[in-house]
Design a binder for this molecule. Structure first.
Ligand code: ZN
Ligand code: ZN
Length: 128
């Protein structure tokens, strides 16, 4: 039997090594190749733990399934409305917005989450 920490290591390695922002289900599928008897619950618990430890992050946009991200730092995303893939957007996080909203509203803003929507390059070219 795989020890819990070994499992966690394997999960972390996979999430860090992919840019696909996988769902827990996807991580589970991948992990089963390595650890055939691993359960979805175990994968999910470990993903949450890695997130709490600040090693990965979670894209928690309200209407969609949680995806996990090997990059624990705030960054922007693009989600394709046709194929559902999520990409990193190489654009610095604008901290000025947080300050401006805080001034306007009196709220204490910790950060903001930004996700662009539209068609990825593959989906645009399969349009024609
Ligand atoms: Zn697409
Ligand atoms: Zn990302």
């Amino acid at each position: 039997m795989f020890r819990e920490s070994k499992q966690r290591e394997a999960i972390l390695r996979f999430v860090k090594g992919t840019s696909s922002h996988p769902t827990a289900n996807h991580v589970h599928e991948e992990m089963r190749k390595e650890i055939p008897n691993i359960s979805l619950g175990t994968v999910y618990r470990n993903l949450k733990l890695l997130k709490r430890e600040g090693k990965i992050s979670e894209l928690d946009i309200a209407d969609s399934k949680s995806r996990f991200d090997g990059n624990p730092h705030n960054h922007y995303h693009f989600r394709c409305e046709r194929c559902g893939r999520v990409f990193d957007v190489d654009e610095p996080v604008n901290k000025e917005i947080d300050k401006r909203i805080a001034r306007k509203t009196g709220f204490k803003v910790s950060h903001h989450i930004l996700e662009f929507r539209g068609l990825c390059r593959d989906c645009q070219s399969s349009n024609e």
